[in-house]
Design a protein around this ligand. Structure first.
Ligand code: HEM
Ligand SMILES: *[C@@H]1O[C@H](CO)[C@@H](O)[C@H](O)[C@H]1NC(C)=O
Ligand SMILES: *[C@@H]1O[C@H](CO)[C@@H](O)[C@H](O)[C@H]1NC(C)=O
Ligand SMILES: *[C@@H]1O[C@H](CO)[C@@H](O)[C@H](O)[C@H]1NC(C)=O
Length: 325
């Protein structure tokens, strides 16, 4: 009598165990700050040294690394998919449409090479990128933080999936949707948009604001007029200058809160930046960050850790960050 009832009672448990065993390879990796303490204790200092050297030779490297990490995490989670090269059968993310600002892949390669010599097959490319982005911010005068580690590298990278990145023409509801799909809040949106304190944009990414904005305005009326005019000068309608564009704030190699101060004065580059002023909740945060560098730094760190923990379906430690094993 007792035996069958016992069995029946445990059917759901057995079912759950089998199910969890089946899906466990897909379960999110648990990240931790001391992940490599025993297997590769010099991972942080090695990457820091490589990034520092690269930045000394080229001050556009920090912005590139920060954007690369954002791009990585927003497509397939933080799994190093942005680093993969195209192959004869596949066009990779880095060759997809909004790739114009992606560069400095060589920095990740250099760090990977040193780490492979030191602790072969241990440190994922996705982790290297997360650490390099952290160092990029700190080396530009921004805050630093402990990066949770233990990401695995993915085997898929598709140019068509770059459509999943938020576009610079997005309004606040489109931005909110893009972020919430990845578990990120409106506060994360405002804090992470502060990444635009570093770097540069090509004309194509903001031309919607300076030519034929809408039926009644040629220029986006929310832009400060002389600022809009100066952008139009470097980016005429039929722009022939290759790589013409503008920096994202007036101190583009310094990580500070200038981006928010300029945003409040109609001097942001993208419609997606300006959109942060169109909801009272996000506008309040913009003002807070404009008033306090410390508050911005604190929020940025919190949100970076969240963004860089978006889990991907990675399964391996790539030996070369540009090719799957
Ligand atoms: C909120 C949605 C976002 C949109 C719509 C957006 C859009 C863009 C666009 C269009 C560019 C310029 C591409 C070009 O024309 O060269 C850019 C550059 C950049 N973005 Fe964003 N971005 C967003 C969020 C972020 C986040 C979350 C970060 C990092 C925390 C980030 C960091 C950067 C950096 C550093 C650059 C400059 C890259 C360089 O100079 O190499 N962006 N972004
Ligand atoms: C990846 O692509 C870059 C740029 O096209 C090329 O220089 C590099 O040799 C490629 N690396 C590998 C491992 O295929
Ligand atoms: C961007 O894509 C184009 C072609 O789709 C490619 O020629 C170019 O090398 C890519 N840029 C980077 C930085 O990979
Ligand atoms: C944002 O754009 C979408 C798509 O064009 C539109 O449906 C939506 O109403 C817009 N939202 C706001 C707040 O403007």
């Amino acid at each position: 009598m007792a035996a069958p009832r016992f069995t029946i009672r445990f059917i759901p448990l057995i079912f759950a165990l089998v199910l969890s065993w089946l899906i466990s390879p897909l379960a999110a990796a648990v990240l931790s700050s001391n992940y490599y303490d025993h297997t590769c204790p010099k991972v942080d200092s090695t990457i820091n040294k490589v990034v520092k050297n690269a930045v000394m030779n080229d001050n556009t490297v920090p912005a590139a690394l920060l954007r690369m990490h954002f791009h990585d995490c927003f497509i397939r989670g933080c799994d190093g998919s942005v680093l993969l090269n195209s192959t004869s059968k596949n066009t990779a993310e880095k060759d997809g449409p909004p790739n114009i600002s992606l560069h400095a892949f060589y920095v990740i390669d250099l760090a990977k090479k040193e780490l492979e010599a030191m602790c072969p097959g241990v440190v994922s490319c996705a982790d290297i990128l997360a650490l390099a982005a952290r160092d990029a911010v700190a080396l530009s005068g921004g805050p630093t933080w402990n990066v949770p580690k233990g990401r695995k590298d993915g085997r898929v990278s598709k140019a068509t999936e770059t459509r999943q990145l938020p576009a610079p023409t997005f309004n606040i509801s489109q931005l909110q949707q893009s972020f919430s799909q990845r578990g990120l809040s409106m506060e994360d949106l405002v804090a992470l948009s502060g990444g635009h304190t570093l770097g540069f944009s090509h004309c194509s990414s903001f031309q919607n604001r300076i030519h034929n904005f809408d039926k009644t305005h040629d220029l986006d009326p929310t832009m400060q007029p002389s600022f809009a005019a100066s952008l139009r000068k470097v980016c005429p309608m039929h722009n022939k200058v290759k790589n013409a564009g503008a920096t994202l704030d007036s101190s583009a190699i310094t990580f500070d809160n200038t981006y928010y101060k300029l945003l409040l004065r109609g001097k942001s580059i993208f419609s997606s930046d300006e959109a942060l002023l169109t909801s009272s909740r996000t506008k309040t945060l913009v003002s807070r960050f404009a008033n306090s560098q410390e508050e911005f730094n604190e929020a940025f760190v919190k949100s970076m850790i969240k963004m860089s923990s978006i889990s991907g379906g990675g399964q391996e430690i790539r030996l070369n960050c540009r090719v799957v094993n």
